[in-house]
Design a protein around this ligand. Structure first.
Ligand code: AMP
Ligand code: TRP
Length: 335
């Protein structure tokens, strides 16, 4: 009998567009691995509520992100694409896992520490964020979670909580593995190579958005910081900014860094940056064209995601029933 395909699950927050870091660190890998696995991709709107947000615009951002993921190549024939809040079991399992995760563990999460720092009012949602993410993953018997490097700690926590559940209530949950690529898992800001490229950076020039126009892309790359010297050479310690641009070039051109270094030997940063901008424009063009088509047909995108929610629910609901039986909530079964 053929072995069961590995189940992949990953999520992304509808916090407005996606940037080159999201694309190279996560989404592009989801798309390229679709044939290898049994895939589920989720737009995590409940996670987007963990920091102050605009409720009126959330549904529009959720739909927009659905269109972007489809334009990037998520294929509904091979993958389930759905909205987290459409499958209520995610919220239910979160509570169960919150009773197993410890206060100490959740307090140690880097993201919690960073996002709660300096705020006067810290909602408990940002504290419980990793238990919601664990619920997303564990509801679907996930084997592999393809993400960027910043999510590693959350997946470790998911594993610890799953192992704790199994030893407390009996073997019920599949313990997942992270799938973090050695290259591209941490794309840095164009303005400060010590910070990761992030949606929450107040400066739009720090990131390339997938829907940026060719002019915007060229301007951002031209203005991107570089390091002292003029040599296009990969050296994370001494040339972090150029190394970041080389990583982006290498992934988009599908060329080893050493070949790119050779190509620009003695040519300086200007020529390199000009070509990099062209490369980004060229690689994003087909995606942007598909996005324009999908944006013009929101009903189609909604149909795909509603159907995705149905398929997701068909997996999540029986799983949640098994969890309920294992933890002993509800009434006994009569036979
Ligand atoms: P988020 O936008 O926070 O929901 O992130 C969606 C996905 O993009 C996750 O898998 C992140 O790990 C990944 N990601 C976010 N920022 C970066 C970055 N700067 N470099 C690489 N991957 C990233
Ligand atoms: N926390 C992830 C991020 O910000 C998004 C996410 C939510 C996720 N649930 C998930 C990623 C489940 C992988 C699996 O990037």
């Amino acid at each position: 009998m053929a072995e069961r395909r590995k189940r992949v699950f990953s999520g992304i927050q509808p916090t407005g567009g996606i940037h080159l870091g999201n694309y190279l660190g996560a989404v592009r890998n989801w798309v390229s691995q679709q044939d290898l696995y049994d895939n589920i991709f989720c737009i995590v709107d409940l996670h987007a509520m963990t920091l102050p947000y605009d409720a009126k615009g959330l549904r529009a951002r959720t739909l927009e992100l659905g269109s972007i993921l489809l334009a990037a190549g998520i294929d509904p024939q091979r993958s389930i694409l759905f909205v987290q809040s459409d499958v209520r079991e995610h919220s239910e399992l979160t509570w169960v896992l919150a009773t197993l995760a410890t206060f100490g563990e959740l307090s140690r999460m880097t993201q919690f520490k960073e996002k709660s720092k300096g705020s006067e009012r810290v909602g408990a949602g940002i504290f419980f964020y990793p238990t919601l993410m664990a619920a997303d993953i564990l509801l679907y018997d996930t084997d592999l979670v393809p993400v960027g490097d910043d999510q590693k700690q959350h997946i470790e926590l998911t594993r610890d909580v799953a192992i704790r559940f199994n030893s407390t209530f009996g073997d019920t949950l599949v313990v997942p593995e992270p799938d973090i690529k050695p290259v591209g898992a941490r794309i840095m800001s164009l303005e400060d190579p010590s910070k990761k490229m992030s949606k929450s950076d107040p400066s739009p020039a720090s990131r390339i958005e997938l829907h940026d126009s060719p002019d915007e892309i060229r301007r951002k790359i031209r203005r991107a910081v570089t390091d002292s010297g003029s040599e296009v050479r990969y050296d994370e310690a001494n040339k972090p900014a150029v190394s970041n641009l080389l990583t982006i070039y290498s992934l988009l051109a599908d060329l080893p860094v050493s070949e790119i270094e050779q190509r620009y030997e003695g040519k300086g940063y200007g020529a390199f940056k000009g070509d990099l901008a062209d490369l980004i424009v060229e690689q994003l063009a087909p995606l942007q064209a598909r996005l324009a088509e999908l944006t013009a047909d929101p009903a189609q995108v909604m149909r795909i995601m509603t159907e995705g929610a149905g398929r997701a629910r068909a997996i999540a609901a029986p799983k949640m029933e098994r969890v309920r039986a294992a933890i002993g909530v509800g009434l006994p079964e009569i036979d």
